[in-house]
Ligand binder design. Sequence first.
Ligand SMILES: [Zn+2]
Length: 436
Amino acid sequence: MVRVARIAVAGAVLSAVLAAGAGRAAANGVNTHTWISFHAIEHLPDGELKRLLLDPGMQVMLINGSIFPDGGYAVDHEFGETAHWEPFLGAYLRWMQDNLPEPYARGVARPYVAFMLGFASHGMADQVFDSMFMEAARGYDAANWSDALLDSFDTATDVMLVDATGVDYRGTEQWLPVDDLVGMFAEVGIAVDTSTLSNAQTAMHTFVLAYGASNGRDPVSVARYRTQYPWASDHLMDPHEAGSPPCEGEVVAAYWLSLWDRLHGVDEVQNQILATYPPAGSDGHPTDPDLVESQVAVVFGRGIPSSVADKVRVTDATGKVYDVAVRPFYGDGNTVVIRPREPWAANQTLTVELLAGITTIDGVVYDQPWSFQFSTGPATGPRDPTTDPTPHDGEPWSAPPAPTGGGCDAGGGAGLGATLMLTAWRRRRRRSRGLR
Ligand SMILES: [Zn+2]
């Protein structure tokens, strides 16, 4: 009896979760988000950030962060949508700077870093996947497209990813800094209490994560989803497919490095542009304006408002200026898509210019113009579709803890060491940029 009653309650919660989720546009599922976060670690350069995320003790926070934003949909609360976007991320960063001691790579800040990078990975991945991979799939897999949750693209691709990779995050302990999160949400105008946040996260673990994990191990279920979305089934794990999960991992790693810089008060050119599609210097770009793949995308390190449209220009070597539609794919998001309203000329080199004066949603002005080129000439081979044209060549570094027993100056000495090292790192990077 007790068992039946518990199942009935679980069924009621599941129905509520599914009903709330049904209105949600497709995006990555949460097994996929978590896989992307772990894959992104492989794209990080060796350093403190990578070591922090490779620490087995931090994986619980990275997993919880990676699934966290969709919890708002599960309990039908607006905190979920907000948790996807830069204003909330900015509030979280400021809270860390105000409340947690440096170095952030060690001590009490570490779980907060891992959790933040988890939900930042989620927000970035949704933008990259939706603007590139899912947009293409809407055409190729239109025949059986569905927005009903259990038949939706995000559920289907989540099951396919579990089938392809064998990942299983079920049983992960729930970790959520609920008291701190309530204050951060309040700062961006969202009223939410601790029990709502906890219940949402429980629903994500118990139902949404578990659905993909169990169905990805059920050959009948896997076959059903692969048949429903055949193009996605063939291309989901292809690192050469724009917006595929492996490709998303590369963009997420670039975003993490920029956030690690922001946390340490560093903001330089490599944090402004995180990725472009197609990559700078690439060839073989399609010319047909009706093809999703003909678009151009620029992924910024901060949220970008729709006014960016006035600051983008695409020209070719003949001097022709193209008629393009420019917009952040999601309002105030990081990913700006540039869609041609006419064919790109064949066998041409095109130049995408970002004019000086692009202002981010948090008021940072990019006062230097920036541009990149790609070609519609014949393709010379497959490439990573969203390579970062301004890669990081270092990261903030903190001095190791002072040796114990060094007297009352030891702590201050370590702090000074950290400051000096950070200054040296900044100088080194400036020099290396100057040489390019
Ligand atoms: Zn999401």
